[in-house]
Design a protein around this ligand. Structure first.
Ligand code: C2G
Length: 129
């Protein structure tokens, strides 16, 4: 079984996220999503519109997602890959090159981001409505 992992905040879940999750899942047989905690979002300089539990509930409803773990540090990726016997790390190409140091543990793959959709744009739309 080829295990894939990806990381993110997945705020205001949208079709850009879904297309990332679909492609990630189809690169293997099992997809783990490491979902950024609200505290870790602060460390990332992000404040999500939806809290962790809501973001997790939305992801749990996505058929491509097999398991959800919490992301609460930048440094946990190596241990996650080892602990979960991950074969492939996947993330959007806005991160290209940033996780190449994981290549001694697993394959690393950067996927094209979906244009013209973002949680920031959605939040701005909600707040201006
Ligand atoms: N994404 C995408 N297309 C978009 C928006 C997002 O493909 N239009 C992808 C991102 O590239 C990322 C995933 O969806 O792979 C989740 O996006 P974010 O929640 O913005 O993730 P980010 O805050 O970049 O978190 O340790 C890594 C970080 O936690 C990554």
């Amino acid at each position: 079984m080829k295990k894939v992992i990806t990381y993110g905040t997945f705020d205001t879940l949208h079709y850009g996220h879904l297309f990332l999750l679909e492609r990630a899942r189809n690169l293997g047989d099992y997809l783990i999503v490491a979902l950024s905690s609200d505290d870790f979002n602060k460390k990332k300089g992000k404040s999500s519109y939806l809290d962790f539990n809501t973001r997790r509930s939305l992801l749990e409803a996505v058929k491509y997602v097999d398991e959800i773990i919490v992301e609460d540090s930048w440094e946990q990726k190596r241990q996650d890959i080892i602990n979960h016997s991950v074969d492939l790390f996947v993330i959007g190409n806005d991160w290209t090159g940033k996780f190449d140091q994981l290549r001694d543990l697993c394959e690393v793959h950067y996927l094209e981001r979906t244009p013209d959709i973002s949680s920031t744009a959605i939040k701005n739309k909600i707040q201006s409505a």
